[in-house]
Design a protein around this ligand. Structure first.
Ligand code: COA
Length: 253
């Protein structure tokens, strides 16, 4: 893991390769860079970077309460690493950050891969209310929706541990950021090659959300992955990596 200082925050990041093109991976609410581990391993000789957003995983700093707040940090991160026209691959909240970047800084990006996400991400009130009271049981409730039929016990255990470690303040901020996000009527402004990937059993961002993205982003393509839930890139790593590789000049190694 390398460290990049942005303002007063130390951001941790897994980096691989140094060639072109460059790919930047963004995790979702309560997640870490680890969620993209298999894709980083499986994609060829490009520049691949997967960061921990502030307050998550090994990154210091404070979480944000808006998608724009996270996107502003990501722009600075792109500058700090001198990533040239990166394709941004975002999962769930990370997909919302990618969409916000495409709308506000589209000329800086090479493409979008939107995984288990949507143009509007309202959050179940029971989750937001639960976080104010019983953190651990609310994390358990969330984990019950997050993982689909292919998730094994170890995957769920690790994800739960990571989420518990980031703490109620950061997770609440993430879910508030999602709840406030809505670009449903702005997707026609996105002018980037776009791939949308969704697990067919996704309960948090159902296939309908991905279909909406594909119907409204010019030229976007949809890949659906059977027997996978919201954590499609962990639950079906090979299928997800292959879908990303087919979208690009990269080939799975
Ligand atoms: N793409 C396409 N359609 C969407 C959408 C998206 N991103 N987000 C919402 N919609 C649709 C809904 O399906 C619904 O359609 P319908 O009226 O035909 O049923 C309509 O827009 C309104 O939905 P919503 O804005 O979500 O409000 P709601 O009061 O109906 O439901 C929730 C609120 C929280 C219960 C609901 O959004 C939900 O179940 N969300 C998924 C669970 C969750 O917490 N996800 C977290 C994401 S990080």
């Amino acid at each position: 893991m390398s460290k990049v200082t942005i303002g007063k925050e130390e951001i941790s990041c897994l980096q691989k390769g140094g060639g072109k093109p460059s790919w930047l991976f963004l995790h979702g609410a309560g997640g870490t860079h680890r969620h993209w581990g298999k894709q980083i391993q499986g994609l060829g000789n490009a520049t691949l970077a997967s960061l921990d957003l502030p307050g998550h995983g090994r990154s210091k700093g404070k979480g944000r309460q808006s998608i724009e707040g996270y996107a502003d940090l990501v722009v600075e991160f792109i500058d700090a690493l001198a990533l040239e026209s990166p394709t941004v691959i975002g999962h769930s909240m990370g997909g919302a950050i990618a969409l916000d970047l495409a709308l506000r800084h589209g000329e800086r990006l090479g493409g979008l891969v939107l995984v288990g996400t949507g143009a509007r991400l309202r959050v179940m009130p029971s989750l937001l209310e639960g976080l104010r009271g019983e953190y651990e049981s609310t994390v358990d409730l969330l984990c019950g929706y997050v993982y689909g039929p292919s998730a094994n016990e170890e995957m769920v255990r690790l994800g739960r541990e990571e989420m518990l470690a980031i703490g109620p303040e950061v997770l609440t901020g993430d879910l508030l950021a999602c709840d406030r996000f809505d670009v449903m009527d702005r997707l026609g402004e996105v002018r980037l090659p776009t791939l949308v990937i969704c697990g067919e059993e996704d309960q948090l961002t159902p296939l309908k959300y991905s279909q909406f993205l594909v119907d409204h982003i010019q030229g976007a393509r949809l890949v659906t992955i059977p027997e996978a839930g919201h954590m499609v890139m962990l639950e079906k790593p090979q299928e997800t990596t292959e879908a990303i590789a087919r979208f690009s000049p990269l080939t799975p190694s």
